[in-house]
Design a protein around this ligand. Structure first.
Ligand code: F6R
Length: 613
């Protein structure tokens, strides 16, 4: 939610900041803005509603120069998306400019105090309150910018990643974080700031992932950065290497990141399983090292949001089948607030692509307070989720930039499958033959996805038939119930068509009333145990004139005969079917959305990582 970029050094800041904003645009695209100090150390702010391209157009004829600057792309929380509420925000005297990702919870109290002191406000944002408050603290106590930010933040309640610059002070860039991510890139003679590594990787691979509650002063020309916590204690400068390449965050010839990421899934799954699935065996060190915890627990709680929650549902089915451990699956935003019973003897598994989802982090913190062992499944190395866990497994999907999650889902399901196999094997709850058979089949999934992707054109053709639809229904059973939820989520978020996912047999308890000749129904029906029952479900729908798109196993001759359209997936073990059935659904959503002219990489109202409640 909101992206932050910063630069201080000897290069022109504007092109670096604009490029950085484009790379972070997936985090929010309600407005964008830039603040720079020019060569006379005057402070200038340029900002516009809408995407970074609007800002670029706005800046085109302006003579912008300067070697220190900050930039922001916004996902609106306080105040509608417009020019005035766009960041950066000036302080009252226009001496300071500040950008912010997060929410200042006590901004109303601070604002009232400042109004009483004669401060005036132009925007509705909590961020403007923060920059005014920093200036107030600075002037009242005659402090340096660093000291003022530090003192102000000790009185702020909420979450933030911020960057501040000051008129007449061209050698100092101040930044701070609590609850929202911030990374410093260390170049030859310059420094970069980013909400993630994507605006930095082109210039340097050396980065510092800032700790919670740190405040930073970067001074031009000085190698050493001051990093302290809110108690003014020096923090270690732990320089790490960025693990991503520039090519991974570019579109590579695809029209959209989403399509690139759908097509990348064979590769991302290979990376995810690399060194972990070999010769019909699975080796997952995070599980092996902690196997006693899994042996002794009475319950696993899986928590996550959105697509990651859908992967978690599949995890529940896997763990209960192969490890015989009861599993509770929890939407993190509900779990954190409903006074759940969490015991020290439980294991909490948190799943998050970004590792920055506020609700998932809060759910983890809740369990941590009870002393519960926390296992993370996460894509972004060094993220908050990764740091909060006792142990975990990275999905290694590579950067996911399209707002709609695709490769994150399949790699999360692959990790959950590897976990279930490893735990089941260690605890003796899965027989050897099944363990080896599924491990082997898992290693073959990337080729099977390739074969589905090679028929993308057929799915595109089918999608064209359904662009008229205003509603869609997705039905699945067993492992594919979660895929029905995921298919519906993908469609609604990028095409804005209303879609519902249901367990297929639940239809007759209410939703079947919606079925008529205008209702497309996607039925996920690979040939397994309760296949016969799904055939009956499909017949019931057809009898009511529903238009059926069926995802079926290769060679299926029953559902394919009843359905209007059928899309085949290669044969595979039942527990692995979600890894294949989800692919046509991702493509279907993508092609419907693009046919309708939607902006699939940046759908309206959404942002990639939800760092606010
Ligand atoms: C859907 C989507 C979201 C995320 C959710 C959790 O396509 O991307 O539903 O899955 O916001 O995000 P992470 O996994 O980053 O915690």
């Amino acid at each position: 939610m909101c992206g932050i970029v910063g630069y201080i050094g000897n290069k022109q800041a504007y092109p670096i900041l604009i490029k950085g904003l484009h790379r972070l645009e997936y985090r929010g695209y309600d407005s964008a803005g830039i603040a720079l100090l020019d060569d006379d150390t005057n402070l200038h702010v340029y900002k516009t509603q809408g995407k970074v391209a609007n800002l670029e157009a706005f800046c085109k004829d302006k003579n912008i120069s300067g070697t220190i600057g900050i930039a922001h792309t916004r996902w609106a929380t306080h105040g509608e998306p417009n020019d005035v509420n766009a960041h950066p925000h000036y302080s009252q005297s226009e001496n300071l400019a500040l950008i912010h990702n997060g929410i200042i919870e006590n901004y109303i109290t601070l604002k009232q105090m400042l109004i009483d002191k004669g401060y005036t406000f132009v925007s509705q944002t909590d961020t403007e309150v923060l920059v005014q408050f920093v200036e107030y603290v600075k002037n009242e106590n005659n402090l340096s910018l660093y000291e003022a930010v530090h003192q102000a933040l000790t009185q702020v309640v909420g979450a933030y990643a911020i960057a501040v610059i000051e008129k007449g002070n061209p050698n100092v860039l101040i930044a701070a974080r609590k609850g929202s991510p911030l990374i410093i890139g260390i170049g030859e003679d310059d420094f970069f700031l980013g909400s993630d590594a994507s605006p930095i990787v082109e210039y340097t691979k050396d980065v510092i992932y800032l700790e919670e509650e740190s405040i930073v002063q970067i001074t031009r020309g000085q190698k050493d950065i001051v990093i302290k916590n809110l108690d003014n204690v020096d923090l270690k400068q732990n320089i790490q290497k960025i693990q991503i390449d520039l090519s991974e965050i570019e579109k590579g010839g695809f029209p959209h990141f989403m399509l690139k990421e759908i097509f990348e899934q064979p590769k991302s799954l290979l990376m995810c399983m690399n060194g972990r699935v070999e010769r019909q065996n699975v080796v997952l060190s995070g599980i092996r090292e902690n196997i006693e915890k899994f042996r002794n627990t009475n319950r696993i709680i899986i928590t996550a949001c959105g697509t990651s929650w859908h992967a978690g549902i599949i995890g529940k089915y896997l763990f209960e089948s192969f490890c015989k451990i009861p599993v509770q699956i929890e939407v993190a935003s509900e779990f954190r607030y409903r006074h759940p019973v969490v015991r020290k003897s439980d294991i909490l598994i948190a799943i998050s692509q970004s590792g920055e989802t506020a609700d998932t982090i809060a759910a983890m913190e809740l369990a941590k307070k009870q002393g519960t062992f926390i296992y993370g499944i996460c894509n972004v190395v060094g993220s908050s989720v990764a740091r909060l866990t006792d142990s975990g497994t990275y999905t290694h999907a590579g950067p996911e930039i399209g707002v709609a999650s695709t490769k994150a889902f399949t790699t999360q399901v692959a990790v959950l499958t590897m976990m279930a196999l490893t735990i089941g094997k260690e605890l003796g709850t899965i027989d050897d033959a099944t363990y080896h058979r599924i491990s082997k089949e898992l290693s073959q999934i990337p080729q099977k996805i390739e074969s589905i992707l090679s028929h993308a054109e057929r799915i595109e053709k089918v999608s064209k038939v359904f662009t008229y639809a205003r509603n869609f229904m997705y039905l699945g059973r067993g492992y594919n119930y979660a895929v029905a939820l995921e298919g519906a989520l993908k469609l609604k978020e990028i095409s804005y068509i209303h879609a519902e996912g249901y367990p297929a047999a639940e239809m007759k308890h209410g939703p079947i009333a919606l079925v008529d000749e205008d209702m497309p129904i996607v039925v996920i029906a690979p040939k397994f145990g309760i296949y016969d029952k799904i055939v009956s479900n499909v017949q019931e729908l057809k009898a009511r004139n529903g238009r059926i798109i069926a995802i079926v196993s290769e060679g299926d001759d029953r559902i394919a005969k009843i359905a209007d359209y059928s899309i085949e997936i290669p044969d595979v073990e039942e527990c692995l079917t979600p890894l294949l059935t989800v692919i046509p659904l991702q493509l279907l959503s993508y092609y419907i959305a693009t046919a309708k002219g939607r902006d699939v990489d940046q759908p309206r109202n959404l942002a990639k990582s939800v760092t606010v409640e």
